[in-house]
Ligand binder design. Structure first.
Ligand code: IMP
Length: 430
């Protein structure tokens, strides 16, 4: 039996929610290890719709332990709102079902403001962030001036910590013409919100070590996607955390061998929200058709997603970087009814072939995709639960993708319904 890490293989929005829910039904412990409330997914359980941003997917199911790891940045106010909203839907959230790493860093109200001020000032060069303060909060973490969950336990000691933090931020804010933040007022706000987080705060590394020893099944739930990774993604058009599977260990406080199987979620075409290179982007009717059929609007910000053909070269790269054992291919049904489909197998730059996307921002913007054309299918793949239910061309498409990305398809998802899955391999079986 293996513990499983799930990551997105593209630029996020690969349909992780459904697969993570499907897996979390089989897990004992579900752990978030990076990102914050910039993530967003919708779970449909027994006909009820739950929207999650910060809390791990396991929370909506009874009898599981959900963990927010140290690699996550936590907005305590957004956390409180999400907990209250879910409780209003009848979800039980208590210190038995939820644990928060006491060494996780906080997103404070001025982080979101700074995020938006910077984006506003960047004009055409903006990243297109979610405006949730994710980047500024991670900057404070590596800048060693962040306020962490454990700091809320000693309200009287907050003063010097806030002074250090605000010396930095008030100087920045002055540059933007924004009002200075008052340390006493912020301390008061933090004292007021501390009670929302502290009952759950604990050394989660210990909880996870005990779970591992007791043979519990642990699911590490990644947010965003590998191409948004701060090191390996399309920098600087990325998020501010490591989104690769390797982060599951560092962001939860477990050893690398704790993850036995890495599953990457991968959409049968490509989408991206925000700015940045996207070699297979389709700014034509076909792109629009993919967006409409796939309901490609952001869960968190409502923004329209950019759409394009499947980029096998880029996915192959992100699977290698993340050490992926198998993929879950999602939204295959969105491709139903196309006469022909294109798959990018590599790139061309100034007439030279490239088998990967190099790191330079200028080069990434200039590469031209090299396509392989495949016949589409007229039948429906929606709701298929076995290979036999798929049109022959759809099977060929999946098999060709498997070859091009050099990784087996562990499961195919064929509709938003949880049970509409073709299962080749149970990730928990290792
Ligand atoms: P940030 O994470 O808000 O700083 O945004 C940085 C980049 O990551 C932007 O391009 C966002 O659109 C993108 N991003 C952040 N979270 C998600 C997500 O959950 N799905 C897809 N894109 C995301």
């Amino acid at each position: 039996m293996a513990n499983v890490a799930v990551v997105g293989a593209q630029w996020g929005d690969e349909g992780k929610g459904k697969i993570v829910d499907w897996l979390s039904a089989r897990a004992d412990v579900v752990v978030r290890f990076q990102g914050g409330h910039n993530a967003g997914h919708t779970l449909v359980v027994d006909g009820k719709v739950y929207k999650l941003s910060l809390l791990p997917s396991g929370i909506v199911r009874g009898g599981k332990v959900s963990v927010i790891g140290n690699g996550v940045v936590i907005d305590p106010f957004a956390f409180k709102d999400e907990v209250e909203r879910l409780r209003g839907q009848g979800v039980r959230i208590d210190p038995v079902s939820l644990a928060i790493a006491e060494n996780a860093c906080l997103i404070l109200p001025f982080h979101g403001e700074l995020d938006r001020l910077r984006e506003g000032a960047a004009g055409a060069g903006k990243i297109g962030t979610t405006g949730r303060g994710i980047g500024p909060a991670y900057e404070d973490k590596v800048g060693r001036r962040a306020i962490r969950v454990a700091d809320l336990r000693s309200p009287d000691a907050l003063g010097p910590k806030l002074d250090r933090l605000l010396t930095h931020h008030n100087a920045l804010r002055a540059g933007f013409g924004a009002k200075a933040i008052d340390a006493d007022a912020l301390a008061e706000e933090l004292r007021g919100i501390a009670g929302a987080l502290l009952p759950y705060a604990q050394p989660v590394w210990r909880l996870l070590d005990e779970a591992r020893k007791a043979g519990k099944r642990i699911l590490y739930e990644g947010a965003q996607g590998v191409l948004l990774d701060v090191d390996h993604g399309t920098y600087p058009f990325v998020t501010s955390s490591n989104t690769v599977a390797g982060q599951a260990a560092a962001g939860a406080g477990v050893g690398p061998s704790s993850v036995g199987y890495t599953l990457a979620i991968c959409k049968a075409y490509t989408t991206r929200v925000g700015s940045g290179p996207f070699p297979t982007e389709l700014e034509d009717e076909t792109g629009q058709r993919l967006g409409e059929r796939g309901h490609e609007f952001g869960t968190v910000t409502g923004r329209k997603r950019r759409c394009g053909w499947f980029d096998a070269a880029l996915v192959r790269q992100s699977l290698k970087i993340s050490g992926v054992d198998g993929i879950a291919l999602t939204k295959l049904d969105v491709l139903d009814g196309f006469d022909t489909l294109k798959v990018c197998t590599g790139y061309e730059l100034d007439g030279e072939p490239l088998d990967h996307l190099p790191s330079g921002e200028e080069i990434q913007a200039r590469v031209q995709p090299v396509y392989e054309e495949m016949p589409g299918w007229s039948g429906s793949t929606a709701g298929a639960r076995s290979w036999a239910d798929l049109p022959a061309e759809a099977v060929k498409y999946v098999r060709r993708i498997e070859e091009l990305i050099d990784c087996p398809v562990a499961l195919v998802s064929t509709s938003p319904e949880r049970e509409d899955v073709i299962l080749m391999r149970d990730p928990f079986a290792g």
